[in-house]
Design a protein around this ligand. Structure first.
Ligand code: AMP
Ligand code: GLY
Length: 407
């Protein structure tokens, strides 16, 4: 098969890396891709938002399957454009992608499907959570424990425009659970935990994600299957009932609250950086699985290894306020020599030199027998990489590693 991956971040690098291991793969392309992806496949200068340009590219390259990374083109209808022209796509239609594109739509679907979620509140009073309704790259949610946080949250959410949603503040452990869906049924991938705040100890503003690890303590196969049964399958059934069957990656952001799991949000695509921790653990043919889902008949279990993975995001100095470009990056080969995987998230090549080009620059994934060993490999690799202003969290997977030691 000839495959085109759409996007240019660390998630897309991980997807290309994993898809390239499939015995069914003949060629892998990316649009626009990045310098890390260019080491594996061929990159083409077409933007992820340019549906017509991507269609021309698919025809020129005779692409058999398109895998879409980011949410914005999905919500804007990229899948519809490509499918209408007869190109197979792993990713939902615009109608189905509203599960991420509109938080109020997602709430309606959850309520109709009887899936537990945070209650909507009529009045904004702390503690509560303020959400802007539309897409905001992970930056449209404000957790407000005090009146001051609430005042600031309401102001910031209003500045994003659109409707506001106020909901109950849930406490507990968060987990990201992805499932490959074919419109009706779903197969789970391994659960992961994501670190959304910029600073250690979950302090500071929300980001796109500063790190992740997998597996998550306490969530073995039976627990995961139960979550898919109580969350993903009812939502798929409700979307199909509404005439918007979801095929693609259905990502549930869950809070494991004291009284049971509750949905915080849905995304209509692979999570970033969770994908960089999940795919290295995946045994089995990802391409076969995504192609079968895109064709509407999911087949095959996706096995998972016992190994653990920890991903540390290396960001630019002023992230998340702003990114950086043109700063030289050193040490990637040295970092990889110890066995860690280095995925490019926001890089560019100027002449022969690799430089920064974004907010999140690199994602470093370490593997090991348990989370502690994976952390050691990841942070050892991180210590070999440098660029001016580089910032990262030192506590990715720390609590899970300590948990394991205690149990
Ligand atoms: P979302 O974009 O809806 O996933 O929200 C981003 C982050 O905000 C989540 O990963 C949680 O950390 C936090 N969050 C969202 N909704 C809630 C809620 N109802 N209670 C507590 N935290 C929340
Ligand atoms: N890691 C969070 C997201 O991809 O939305």
């Amino acid at each position: 098969m000839k495959v085109l991956v759409v996007g240019s971040g660390g998630r897309e690098h991980a997807l290309v890396w994993k898809l390239a291991q499939s015995p069914r793969l003949d060629a892998i392309h990316a649009a626009p891709g990045n310098p890390g992806i260019a080491r594996i496949g061929e990159c083409h200068p077409v933007r992820a938002e340019d549906g017509e340009g991507l269609l021309v590219l698919c025809r020129e390259l005779d692409i058999d399957l398109v895998v879409v990374g980011p949410e914005a083109p999905l919500v804007a209808g990229l899948t519809d454009v490509l499918r209408f022209a007869g190109v197979a796509v792993f990713g939902p239609t615009a109608e189905a992608a509203r599960i991420e594109g509109s938080k109020s739509f997602a709430k309606d679907v959850l309520d109709a499907a009887g899936v537990p979620t945070a209650s909507r509140l009529a009045v904004a009073r702390p503690p509560c959570v303020v959400k802007a309704d539309g897409l905001a790259a992970g930056k449209g949610v404000f957790v407000c424990r005090t009146q001051q946080e609430l005042d600031e949250g309401l102001r910031a959410a209003a500045a994003l425009g659109g409707e506001l949603l106020i909901e109950e503040l849930l406490e507990g452990e968060e987990v990201s659970l992805f499932a490959v869906a074919d419109g009706h049924d779903a197969v789970a991938l391994a659960p992961a935990q994501d670190f959304k705040r910029i600073r250690e100890g979950d302090e500071g503003p929300n980001t796109g994600g500063m790190g992740s690890y997998s597996p998550v303590p306490g969530l073995g196969e039976p627990e995961v299957e139960e979550l898919i049964d109580t969350v993903h399958r009812p939502v798929l059934a409700e979307l199909a009932r509404r005439g918007a069957p979801f095929s693609g990656l259905l990502y549930a952001g869950l809070m494991l609250a004291e009284d049971g799991p509750r949905v915080l949000e849905f995304n209509c695509r692979f999570g970033d950086p969770e994908t960089q921790s999940i795919l290295p653990r995946l045994e089995g043919d990802l391409l076969a699985s995504l192609a079968s889902a895109a064709a509407g008949r999911l087949d095959g279990e996706l096995g998972v290894s016992d190994a653990a993975a920890v991903t540390v995001v290396l960001a630019s100095g002023d992230y998340p306020e702003r990114g950086d470009s043109g700063t030289p990056i050193e040490g990637i080969e040295d970092a990889e020599s110890g066995g860690a995987l280095v995925f490019h998230a926001g890089t560019a090549r100027h002449g022969g030199q690799l430089v920064t080009n974004g907010g999140r620059i690199l994602d470093v994934t370490g593997l090991g027998d348990d989370v502690a060993a994976a952390r050691t490999q990841a942070y050892d690799a991180v210590s070999r990489i440098s660029f001016a202003g580089m910032r990262f969290r030192r506590d990715i997977g720390l609590a899970a590693a300590e948990d394991h030691v205690r149990s």
